[in-house]
Write a protein of this length. Structure first.
Lengths: 337, 637
């Protein structure tokens, strides 16, 4: 085979991979959609976090199906799933695991590590802001390092490891809001919206009848790891990357538009740019394209940046939403430098 | 390659359209300026200020504006990837063209795992290139300034078509309109002091029979009355101020300087009287340039002579002193200089008067020749004005001559008195000398009164200047000061001084602490500058010339740094009887000033202040602060 033919074959292979990527994700979303009504953005965000090797923070009032979504996702992916309900008396050992004394048949006693719920593929940290900062940070360490260290012994978590944490924006009494440094570790923050009337009709029909929809696995762990690899191969042209970075810079009061200067205390960190870039790559692949476009960046800007922008007193006093600031930034920043 | 050529063609077309659009945009903007320039030229042409021959300048400027717009638009270049991105955005191509363009350049150096993706993207871009359109990327749009440009052009055409009657062409020439000046509103309390001073000066002028000064003071009074009634604007005030100052202008200053020199000479001559006890007081008065006192001392000498209380030895000493003084008045270097200066001044004024005479005779002829009654009236007015000026010159010449005569007469009289051997003749000549001295004292007093009147007017101007410069907050601070003085509310610590400046005597006037008058001194020690609260020194150099305007950081004041080079002098007090006082004013500074003791003390200080202001040559800016300070510390009822 000559070079041209080789190149042609490589292109065809890439085209096939991208097509397969799109098909797989479509199958996954369709499967999740059997149980979860609506919430397309949230589902897509959660899948993006899975493929980008990140974690997602879901914010929404109780009863919107957050737990159901995560459980369904785990079932559709045939991955191990754990759920931890965070409470103020929850201890780090309750999540990570602990060494317990075990007696064997001979009567000898020894310490044996009992794995906690964190040793899974998908972990639902329900109402994460109800636990104490000590417990929160234990989990957040595991999220970042993908490993757990107990009694000088490090246990590596199996990949993929996805944490989907939820928090309730209304009941703030007796909660420990996540500090900015910990919020930064979530790739996306997804807002779970109240369903529309039509969606509510469908929810009623599905949940109040005798037949409960079941989910069958569509992707396995190996395939997910392949998809992750594919995501990172997507190239980004310089001007798109520059556009992305200008958006990031604009979240800082020193460089941003009027709204940023007025309401923002600190802008997003470089992790925000990483989140945007990976999200944009996934979006490009889902759209069947081979390179990232500015549209992709715009679409993932809000979930990647909304929890990384810290408002100042004025912004908080006036009840300014970070989403509004991001919208303002996107309208101000031009694609051309 | 064919795909790349297509892509390049699209980009070139986009670049061309974009450039064209930019040129139109910039030209429209600069076109506005061009039209305004043409309108200006047309305005000057229509109003007859400029002619057709001058219009090329405006044409050139207008063309330059347009050329600037074109060049401005042409000089902006866009990168190829930016243009491709523009096409992508306009045609919804998801950055396919721009990414393909960049990837084709980066491909040889790209990581192996990304190369197939890049090639795939380039192929995708080629497939969708048909959707790309330069027209969509840069659609035609009217420049933003089209509407104002059209309106201005219409106005220009309308203005060009408008006919202005030639007779009225000059009437619409640009003129500077008189700006309406706001009236000066002045507080009665602020000018009360000037009113009192004016009254004193009026009495003095009446006593001296100086009509010119009386007239000047009447006009000054009128100015003051108009100010009180709020009739004057800043412009009006300055106009009248200048008119008044002209009357006592350079010539009056010249006379004043001559008097000063004459006083200086007399003071030198007065040293001859120092040697004997009999004439020591006369010497002191002459040294202090107090001619009134000198005349009085001479009268005392005459009285002693008349009553036979003067011994023969004393008479001899007196004759000797008079002879020496006469010699000084005649032969001293300063005397010669003064005499020459006076003669020069007289000569100059004579020449001026001769020139004036010629002008007057010319004006008379012109007035006679004038046929038009209005013109004749005008000429007569001019003639009167010239005559008045000549009269003033003549008066000045007379005064100069009087000054020269006064000095000569004094010298002659002293010499003549010294030469008398018998008592009656000595008495008669001494009496003449005394009268001569009184006449000279009269001249000095008149000159002083005129200077005072002029200075008073300058002070008034300074006050108005300061009033205008005052910020709204100043009034509040002054009120606060008064309130504290009345003990109505607690003070704002250290409000009256600027930190580090030490300009108004450290942080606070020394009057807040116990004030002590130094024995044997003529000035009260409590007013020493640089004195901070409780006698502590201010941080900056003492004796500044401006008042503080903001609170100091360290209320108690830091001690004066003594690191610099300095010379210490011990000045012992004089052990003799003299006007001395030692008094402690007890006042609770936090609650308010004292009433009775303080009032008495203030009266004494006030006299000193007036005396210093009259005698010393202090600039108006400083005088203002001295006056203001004394006004502020004035005791309240």
């Amino acid at each position: 085979m000559d070079n041209a033919e080789q190149g042609d074959n490589a292109i065809k292979e890439v085209e096939a991979q991208v097509k397969a990527f799109g098909d797989d994700i479509l199958r996954l979303t369709n499967e999740v959609g059997k149980v979860i009504v609506g919430m397309e953005t949230v589902v897509e965000g959660a899948i993006a976090c899975l493929l980008a090797d990140g974690h997602a923070l879901l914010e929404g009032v109780p009863g919107l199906g957050k737990t159901m979504l995560v459980r369904t996702l785990a079932e559709a992916l045939s991955l191990e799933f754990s759920r931890v309900q965070f409470t103020p008396d929850l201890m780090p050992a309750d999540i990570l695991g602990t060494n317990v004394i075990q007696e064997d048949e001979t009567g000898a006693r020894r310490f044996e590590f009992q794995k906690g719920p964190v040793f899974c593929h998908i972990l639902l940290a329900d109402e994460i802001n109800r636990a104490t900062p000590k417990t929160q940070s234990a989990l957040l360490e595991a999220m970042q390092e993908k490993s757990v260290t107990i009694a000088n012994h490090t246990y590596v978590l199996e990949r993929p490891f996805l944490v989907l944490a939820t928090q309730n924006p209304l009941e703030m009494e007796g909660t420990y809001p996540l500090p900015e440094a910990q919020l930064d570790r979530f790739l996306y923050k997804l807002n779970v919206q109240f369903p529309t009337r039509d969606q509510l009709h469908t929810i009623m029909d599905r949940t109040t009848q005798s037949e409960v929809p079941s989910v069958s696995p569509v992707l396995d762990r190996t395939r997910i790891m392949e998809l992750r690899q594919l995501v990172r191969q997507v190239p980004v042209s310089k001007h798109v990357q520059d556009y992305l970075l200008r958006i990031l810079e604009a979240t800082h009061p020193e460089h941003g538009p009027a709204a940023t200067r007025k309401y923002v205390r600190y802008g997003a960190s470089p992790r925000g740019a990483q989140g945007m870039m990976l999200g944009a790559k996934i979006r490009a692949l889902l759209d069947g394209r081979y390179a990232v476009s500015c549209d992709d960046v715009r679409q993932v800007a809000a979930p990647s940046l909304r929890h990384r922008i810290i408002l100042n007193f004025e912004g908080e006093a006036e009840g300014v939403a970070t989403d509004d600031i991001i919208t303002e930034i996107l309208s101000e920043i031009s694609e051309q430098a | 390659m064919g795909q790349q050529d297509r892509l390049k063609r699209i980009i070139r077309r986009t670049a061309f359209r974009l450039k064209l659009q930019r040129v139109a945009e910039r030209t429209a903007t600069t076109g506005l300026l061009a039209v305004v320039t043409l309108m200006l030229g047309l305005y000057y042409l229509k109003t007859g200020v400029l002619g057709w021959s001058d219009m090329w300048v405006f044409g050139l400027i207008a063309s330059s504006w347009i050329a600037t717009g074109v060049v401005w638009g042409l000089t902006i270049h866009d990168a190829a990837d930016a243009l491709a991105a523009r096409v992508d955005a306009a045609c919804g191509l998801h950055n396919a063209l721009s990414s393909a363009l960049l990837f084709s350049a980066e491909l040889p150096h790209a990581p192996d795992d990304q190369k197939p993706f890049m090639e795939a993207e380039i192929r995708r871009a080629a497939n969708i290139m048909d959707q790309a359109s330069a027209r969509k990327a840069v659609p035609f749009q009217w420049p933003r300034d089209t509407v104002p440009l059209t309106v201005l052009l219409a106005v220009l055409v309308g203005f060009a078509a408008m006919r202005i009657p030639q007779s009225q062409a000059r009437a619409v020439q640009p003129r500077i309109k008189r700006i309406v000046q706001p009236r000066i509103h002045i507080d009665e309390a602020l000018i009360r002091e000037y009113q009192e001073e004016l009254q004193d000066l009026k009495e003095q002028a009446h006593k001296l029979k100086d009509e010119q000064l009386e007239k000047f003071l009447r006009k000054q009074q009128k100015l003051l009355d108009d100010l009180r009634r709020g009739k004057l604007s800043k412009r009006d005030f300055l106009k009248r101020y200048n008119q008044l100052m002209k009357q006592f202008g350079k010539r009056q200053e010249q006379l004043g300087r001559n008097i000063e020199k004459m006083n200086e000479l007399l003071s030198k001559a007065g040293k001859s009287f120092e040697k004997t006890k009999l004439t020591r007081k006369l010497a002191q008065a002459l040294e202090e340039k107090n001619m009134e006192q000198a005349a009085k001392e001479m009268q005392k000498l005459l009285h002693k002579l008349q009553t036979g209380k003067m011994t023969n030895a004393q008479k001899r000493q007196l004759r000797k002193a008079l002879r020496k003084a006469a010699e000084v008045l005649q032969k001293h270097k300063l005397a010669r200089q003064l005499d020459q200066a006076l003669r020069r001044q007289e000569q100059r004024i004579k020449e001026q008067m001769q020139r004036m005479d010629k002008q007057i005779s010319r004006a008379k002829q012109q007035a006679r020749k004038a046929t038009n009654p209005e013109q004749r009236k005008q000429m007569e007015r001019r003639l009167n004005e010239l005559k008045n000026r000549r009269r003033r010159m003549q008066q000045h010449q007379q005064r100069l001559a009087a000054q020269r005569r006064a000095l000569q007469t004094l010298q002659r009289q002293m010499k003549q008195t010294a030469g008398q051997k018998t008592d009656p003749k000595l008495m008669a000549e001494l009496q003449k000398l005394m009268r001569q001295m009184q006449r000279y004292q009269h001249q000095v007093a008149r000159s002083n009164a005129r200077s005072q009147a002029k200075m008073s007017l300058k002070d008034l101007r300074e006050l108005l200047k300061r009033l205008r410069a005052q910020k709204p907050g100043r009034k509040g601070r002054i009120n606060d000061f008064f309130n504290r003085a009345r003990g109505r509310r607690g003070g704002r610590g250290g409000r009256s001084g600027r930190p580090g400046g030490g300009r108004q005597g450290g942080r606070r006037p020394g009057g807040l602490g116990p004030i002590q008058l130094q024995p044997g001194g003529t000035r009260p020690g409590g007013l020493q500058r640089g004195q901070g609260r409780n006698g502590s020194q201010g941080p900056g150099r003492p004796g500044g010339h401006k008042a503080g305007s903001r609170p100091g950081g360290d209320v108690n004041g830091r001690p004066t740094s003594l690191d610099g080079e300095r010379h210490e002098h011990y000045v012992p007090g004089r052990q003799q009887k003299g006007p001395s006082a030692d008094q402690v004013v007890r006042g609770a500074a936090d609650k308010g000033f004292t009433s009775v003791n303080y009032r008495k003390l203030y009266v004494r200080y006030r006299k000193l202040q007036k005396q210093i202001l009259q005698e010393e040559n202090i600039p108006p800016g400083y005088r203002y602060y001295v006056r203001r300070y004394f006004k502020l510390i004035r005791p309240r009822k």
